[in-house]
Design a binder for this molecule. Structure first.
Ligand SMILES: [Zn+2]
Length: 66
């Protein structure tokens, strides 16, 4: 297990779980959880506040913010 990759908390209010998922896998992880456990409804999700920060971070990583 590497410490290099940042993780983000994925919360599912229905399952009452919060899971730290590596940033690169968070999209598919959320999608799979919701497909398998919630008939494809968007129940589990990244904290919205964090998701905004994350978007900034990713944009910075990609050099999109100059
Ligand atoms: Zn769930």
């Amino acid at each position: 297990m590497s410490d290099d990759e940042p993780t983000v908390p994925v919360r599912c209010p229905e399952c009452e779980t919060e899971t730290a998922v590596p940033l690169s896998r968070v999209g598919e992880s959320v999608e799979r959880h919701n497909e398998q456990l919630h008939d494809g409804c968007e129940v589990a999700r990244v904290d919205p506040a964090l998701r905004e920060q994350l978007a900034d971070l990713v944009a910075e990583d990609l050099g999109l913010l100059g």
